[in-house]
Write a new protein. Sequence first.
Length: 332
Amino acid sequence: MAEKYCDPNAGGADDGSTKINAWQTLQKAADTATAGDTVLCRHTDTPDETLAATIDFDTNAGTGTSRINFVGVNTSWVEDGTQYVLDANSSALRCIYINAKSYITMKNFECMNTTGDGVQGTATSVGVVLENLYIHDCAVYCLDIYGLAESLVIRCRMNDSLRGWNRTGGYYHIACEMIGNSQQGCASIKADTLIGCIIADNTLEGLDQYGGGHFDMQCVWDNNGGPGGIDVRQNSSFGWSFSGRFTNNTGFGIAQNTNTGWIENYNIFYGNNGELGGSVLPGLQSRGDEAEHVFDDVTQDGYVDDGNDDYNIAEGQLYRILEWTLPRNYVP
């Protein structure tokens, strides 16, 4: 495994071989690094690069046993979570475009001010890992990756754009946040998994699920606009919300337009403003007994499942606070 270097302030041979001879742009590094390389990208300025065009990862790919890793590091070349900053300066369409290349890791990067998406990828890429990315102030979506398999989004922040992420499929989102977007926090037409994420303060719903399937566990859905925390569309095939917190949403905690097999259990519903006075739209399936749900915001029955089992939890009653549910101020 070879260690290579990227530093816009380097003045050497621009071949990535040493710190003095570091590649001077991330684009040069993306065009030159090969399977097995780990490229350390040194943060020295904010931004480190002001982009006139998208950085295209379209030349080389890793393999299942020999990835290409791009890692932001601090001024001392130490990885401590410091991010390498890419500013599209409202001129570049995207910051990063992963075009039909697989087994690439992007870790510790900040991407901002695009005229399109912050990070975009194609369906023919697999095994992509995005870790500790802060993507924000994008004219369209922070993350727009469709159909990638065997891929992970870990500890990423996707905020203050049109939408946090869009169209991903086969991805696992772990300890991410989608906050303050002018449309939805996220929207999916494929099968996605969210674990330990915060989806909050978005103008529209937290998740617009309009196709495929979905699983979320231990997520916080807070203060999103209507229809609510999760909006399940008619062409969604299945879904499961487990051990989450749906609070203060304009609309339902979970709104289901038709019975598509969506299941919820062990969730907290509090302070939501559903049209019928409830947190969950009647017709949703549930697994678990009465004590496994918390409803503290309703004027009518807290929940009615599709088998007409009425939990009849009165306003103010808290049956179970799930200690593993993330606090609202959790920062991944």
